[in-house]
Write a protein that binds this ligand. Structure first.
Ligand code: SAM
Ligand code: GPP
Ligand code: MG
Length: 299
């Protein structure tokens, strides 16, 4: 990304989203739309400024200590931001790697697309069309602005739309995903809509935080995360039950909890902390909260 163009300038150039729904379906969705319309955390914008891929999800993988250099060095903050961003982009690549064989003529759907970083990565990886939906007009405008910047606008499009009621034709989608966005909706409703738009044999993937039924009930840390993001974290059991009820049969379930802890431990040392780091670290460590990838086939 041209380093002279930062997110602020870019957002100013984004044309109004041409695709808006009249209003959210529930008062809660109106609150979530306002949350994301108002979100401008440095931890998200400074990381996205590294290369123009703006994420609202967390990282996985080992920290590259060599890339961090000397903590006393004047460039250490910049290197730390780049490393956190690398881990967040690695998470998106990992999700995309579980979509299976996607061709250039296929369509993918990013359900809860944020500022569109994963959509750009999906188009770069598969050459296909990528449709994104978000409740936030600001996020849709930003994502479409980035797509124009990259001249991807013919293949990457975000719209303001409820992921539970999308305009996509039944059976028209080869792959779809929720990247840290399933905790804002009812899972039966969510998987019914993914099952509708996916072709038979299509692939659904989610990376999500979920509370661990072995712990018993949501821990206080999980409650803190819910309050911080105004979301409603589901249990691992609910995911698998709602998928099975909607013709989505898990092909892979991977516990990424050990893989995301290094990201959180590094983030907790940065100047970009938001105050939620301890809740994630403590809940991952005490086993009450898990970070999962689930890939399922539409049968
Ligand atoms: C934590 S962000 C994740 C964004 C993106 N998946 C990423 O990985 O960067 C959650 C996203 O879910 C979207 N969202 C929440 N509820 C939604 C709904 N009912 N319909 C569409 N989008 C929704 C929000 O607008 C936001 O873009
Ligand atoms: C795993 C769970 C439960 C995630 C909840 C959804 C969420 C808000 C993700 C990160 O968004 P963000 O990147 O905007 O958050 P932050 O500001 O903390 O980086
Ligand atoms: Mg973030």
């Amino acid at each position: 990304m041209d380093s002279s163009v930062t997110h602020t300038e870019l957002a100013a150039t984004a044309a109004p989203s041409a695709l808006r729904i009249p209003r959210p379906a529930t008062p809660y969705q109106g609150d979530i739309a306002r949350y994301w319309d108002g979100e401008a955390r440095p931890v998200n914008l400074r990381l996205g400024d590294v290369d123009g891929l703006y994420h609202h999800h967390y990282g996985i993988g080992e920290v590259d200590r060599a890339a961090l250099g000397d903590p006393e060095d004047s460039t250490s903050e910049k290197k730390l931001i780049a490393e956190l961003h690398r881990l967040e982009s690695a998470q998106a690549e990992y999700l995309l790697g579980h979509l299976g064989d996607i061709g250039r003529d296929d369509t993918l759907v990013d359900a809860g697309c944020g500022r569109g970083g994963s959509m750009v990565m999906a188009h770069q990886r598969f050459g296909c069309k990528v449709e994104g939906v978000t409740l936030s007009a600001k996020q849709a405008d930003f994502a479409n602005g980035r797509a124009r910047e990259l001249r991807f606008q013919d293949h990457v499009r975000a719209r303001v739309c409820n992921m539970l009621a999308t305009p996509f034709e039944t059976g028209s989608v080869a792959g779809s995903w929720n990247n840290e966005s399933s905790m804002y909706v009812d899972l039966q409703d969510l998987f019914a809509e993914h099952s509708r738009i996916l072709s038979v044999g299509g692939r659904y993937v989610t990376i999500t935080g979920c509370w661990n039924p072995r712990y018993g009930q949501p821990s206080k840390w999980v409650s803190q995360i819910n309050a911080h993001f105004e979301c409603n974290i589901h249990s691992r059991r609910e995911y698998l039950r709602a998928m099975a009820d909607n013709r989505l049969v898990p092909q892979t379930v991977i516990d990424l909890t050990p893989d995301t802890l290094p990201y959180w431990e590094l983030r907790a040392t940065s100047s970009l902390v938001t105050g939620i780091e301890d809740a994630f670290i403590n809940s991952y460590r005490d086993g009450s909260f898990q970070y999962l990838l689930i890939a399922a086939d539409r049968v």
